[in-house]
Design a protein around this ligand. Structure first.
Ligand code: UD1
Length: 377
């Protein structure tokens, strides 16, 4: 049995696609073919995952009127033809797409060839590709209940949640803390932007560290012992460290602050955390909720259609997270909110419970069940 999996652009579309690909392989003993764009991150990430990668040449349209859109339209037509050829050659039992513009021609070609199709939507405010594809597909798997209203086609919908990498579910808090050197009695606050880091969050964290500076290791003006683990993002690391230096913040004097440019062991860091401060990308939120972690979310305000704000508000509305708008963000605001939460153990526990209730540890299994349904029809 063969399946085509497609989805791309950024990690937020690719990692769920890879989790589903792995699940299809295991449940159906299937052969997976991943079709992705040559310009998206999938051309780098998917080959490393071991799945055969079939590239198509596509790029996104500029939102404004631009002569370069003529070139883009020509490439799009060629991309559609390429997708069509792949689908005719592979003749998959079904095609699963996770959004991003590459998903459009692939899922469309499959649907026109009469092959069963399923799309997964990661965000509370669905992306444009998935909204268009909704009219052609057999099944739509959703991360958020809230996004159901945007899909009025006849396709079946099911709220499955977003499948997370298996390691996220397997970590042990104590072992992860030992690995990261976090003392048992300290609470860990983890902060990071998306996979690229976030400039405004970095500035606010620098402000927060400034407020803590001088309070002495392990105390830092916060209730109890608190350890900070901050991820700057690879491209902003140097600037961030220089900024701290210029402000006279010597990390060596604060045994409770760890700064890193990127976390390859994110599953360990999440398992060890008590509070997370981050953006509101859908994959990140799925990880927080599957583990039941309370969070302060600062949605990225320039995400398409401001969809991170919708993602974040979905968590806020259940009490799982507190939301600070990027425009309101400052070191003082972050510091006072973190201090308030860390000082209110029962509120933090309530947030953790609400977060856990939103988590969907069975997301992958449910998506695979949906695939089974479209195969049976
Ligand atoms: C700017 C933008 O438009 N971002 C979108 C993009 O996010 P993006 O592609 O950044 O994906 P997410 O924010 O959803 O996830 C980031 C992933 O990177 C991991 N990570 C991050 C930092 C690190 O140091 N180590 C690490 O492993 C996180 O654990 C998570 O698994 O796709 C998502 C899914 O469609 C959307 O919801 C986001 O709004």
């Amino acid at each position: 049995m063969r399946f085509v999996v497609t989805g791309g652009g950024t990690g937020g579309h690719i990692y769920p696609a890879l989790a589903i690909a792995r699940g299809l392989e295991e449940r159906f003993g299937a052969e997976i073919h991943y079709i992705g764009g040559t310009r998206g991150m999938e051309s780098d990430i998917v080959p490393k995952s071991g799945f055969p990668f079939l590239p198509i040449h596509l790029e996104g349209f500029k939102r404004s009127l631009s002569p370069s859109n003529i070139k883009v339209a020509w490439r799009a037509a060629r991309g559609v033809a390429q997708a069509w050829r792949y689908i005719r050659q592979i003749r998959p039992a079904a095609v699963v797409g996770t959004g991003g513009y590459v998903c459009g021609p692939v899922v469309l070609a499959a649907s026109l060839c009469g092959i069963p199709t399923l799309i997964h939507e990661q965000n509370a405010l669905p992306g444009i590709t998935n909204r268009i594809l909704a009219r052609f597909v057999d099944h739509i798997a959703l991360t958020f209940e809230d996004s159901k209203k945007y899909f009025t086609s006849k396709a079946r919908t099911k709220v499955t949640g977003l499948p997370v990498r298996p390691e996220i579910l397997l970590k042990d808090r104590r072992a992860s803390r030992d690995k990261l050197g976090i003392p048992e009695e300290a609470r860990l606050v983890l902060s990071f932007g998306g996979s690229q880091g976030a400039g405004s969050l970095n500035r606010a964290m620098a402000g927060l560290f400034k407020s803590l500076h001088g309070e002495g290791a392990g105390h830092c003006g916060l209730p109890g012992k608190v350890h900070f683990l901050h991820v700057t993002g690879p491209r902003q690391h140097k600037e961030f460290m220089e900024g701290l230096d210029n402000s006279g913040i010597l990390l060596a004097n604060n045994g409770n602050i760890t700064i890193t440019s990127y976390l390859y062991d994110m599953p360990d860091a999440l398992a060890a955390s008590d509070l997370v401060i981050c953006r509101a990308g859908a994959a990140t939120l799925a990880e927080l909720t599957v583990l039941g972690l309370p969070a302060i979310l600062i949605p990225y305000p320039y995400a398409a259609g401001n969809h991170q704000e919708y993602n974040a508000r979905a968590l806020e509305s259940t009490g799982a997270a507190l939301v600070i708008r990027d425009a309101d963000l400052s070191g003082d605001i972050l510091f006072s909110n973190a201090r308030r939460l860390l000082g209110d153990v029962s509120r933090l526990a309530g947030m953790a419970e609400s977060s856990k209730r939103m988590g969907k540890p069975r997301a992958l299994e449910d998506i695979l069940d949906c695939v089974q349904i479209i195969l049976n029809n």
